[in-house]
Design a protein around this ligand. Structure first.
Ligand SMILES: Cc1ncc(COP(=O)(O)O)c(C=O)c1O
Length: 388
């Protein structure tokens, strides 16, 4: 082999089967080759295992898919380059023109925009309710054949806890599928309910360090496999480097989750006792409307704390700017603490009724609590509140 050829065909290095690396390598190869056409066709026909093209499947992604499915208590998973890609590709794959979707005013705004604006362009119809309105949900399901219910628990940003047993029972009784965005609850929660598909932004708790984006849809094998061809056509797949970072983040998932829940609980308790704060939403607080339900449904209430400043929107901006340890930034669930002031999360395009459902007021602040020393976090909040 001449050197010009060698540089494009480097020597293969095999690792003996009894000599395992403790960290799996990153399979960066886009293509995987079989030695003959028959085997390749056998792979295409599903008659043999293997890989062919990384947009469709890749061993590094496969390891992460298996880890996430097991954490969520299901047997199949598809990965995407962001959380919103998991939600959009799943809805596009499941829905047809004329289908009806139920979604909720309390949900992550881009998910609502996807349904209300993008899917509407393709003839998908939708009804928006409050996540607390079980009678409204039942009435809607009775009145209209519904293909899909898209919901969150706890909701972002106000942390309402959805009644999973009730919502999934209604969905089953009326033949609707459920897609639960489980991002704020983490990967280990809610597997005991009859949810059809779980979506996650892996950008948040799974990776945990704010340096990689990813998404996943998780469910039982037949349903997830029915999405695979459309995912391959839409092409939202995760890059193997990103999959590797998320898999590495998972090693500390429970340590981070437990520490963040502990810090968030104490931060919520501190805020609840502060005179400048008119309301705190955190399901771990005894008097939170979702406390009992969260106790039944969840192991840990997560890192997001939502509260209202009596002094309103402008004071909320001053408060956020006065914080030293909480950065004004999007996202949540990472090791560092973040704040979203009221001015950055006022809902748009809501009717007064929907605005009331959203429970976002002029002074609503969202915190994502990290793993820093709790005393430092509380001192920082105290000094910023004292300046109001
Ligand atoms: C509840 C929820 N779902 C989905 C997403 C979207 O995730 P990503 O930013 O990875 O696309 C977010 C992001 O903030 C979120 O909070």
């Amino acid at each position: 082999m001449k050197k010009r050829t060698r540089v494009t065909h480097p020597p293969a290095v095999a690792v003996p089967p009894d000599n395992r690396p403790l960290v799996a390598p990153i399979y960066k190869s886009v293509k995987f080759s079989f030695d003959d056409v028959g085997e390749t066709l056998g792979y295409f026909g599903g008659r043999r295992a293997g890989y062919y093209y990384s947009r469709e499947a890749n061993p590094t992604l496969r390891q992460l898919e298996l880890s996430l499915a097991e954490l969520q208590g299901r047997d199949a998973c598809l990965l995407t380059g962001s959380g919103i890609a998991a939600i959009s590709a799943t809805m596009i794959a499941l829905l047809r023109q004329g289908d009806h979707v139920v979604y909720f005013a309390e949900s992550y705004p881009p998910t609502r925009a996807l349904i209300r604006k993008l899917l509407a362009r393709y003839g998908v119809e939708a009804t928006q309710l409050s996540i607390e309105d079980h009678a409204g949900l039942e009435g809607t399901l009775v009145a209209r054949p519904t293909r899909l219910i898209v919901f969150e628990s706890p909701t972002n940003p106000v942390l309402k806890v959805a009644d999973l047993a009730r919502i999934t029972a209604l969905a089953k009784a009326h033949g609707a599928l459920t897609l639960l965005d489980n991002t704020l609850a983490g990967l280990h929660n809610h597997g005991q309910y009859e949810v059809d598909l779980y979506a996650h932004s892996l950008t948040k708790f799974a990776s945990g360090h704010g340096d990689v984006m990813g998404g996943a849809v998780i469910g039982r094998r037949d349903l997830v496999e029915s999405l695979r061809d459309d995912f391959t056509l839409l092409g939202p797949t995760l890059d193997p480097d990103a999959a590797y970072l998320i898999q590495r983040g998972l090693r500390t998932y429970f340590v981070r989750w437990e520490r963040q829940c502990e810090n968030a609980q104490r931060v919520a308790e501190f805020l609840a006792g502060h005179p400048a704060v008119s309301r705190v939403r955190y399901p771990g607080l005894r008097d939170d409307p979702g406390h009992a339900l969260a106790g039944e449904q969840m192991d840990g209430c997560g890192a997001v704390v939502c509260f209202d400043l009596e002094a309103g929107t402008e004071a909320g901006s001053r408060f956020a700017e006065s914080l030293e340890l909480f950065s004004i930034a999007a996202s949540l669930g990472s090791t560092e603490s973040l704040v979203v002031p009221p001015a950055m999360q006022q809902p748009r395009g809501f009717t007064p009724e929907q605005l009331a459902w959203s429970a976002i007021g002029p002074g609503t602040v969202r915190l994502s609590v990290g793993i820093e020393d709790l005393d430092d976090l509380v001192d920082d909040l105290r000094q910023a509140l004292a300046l109001l």
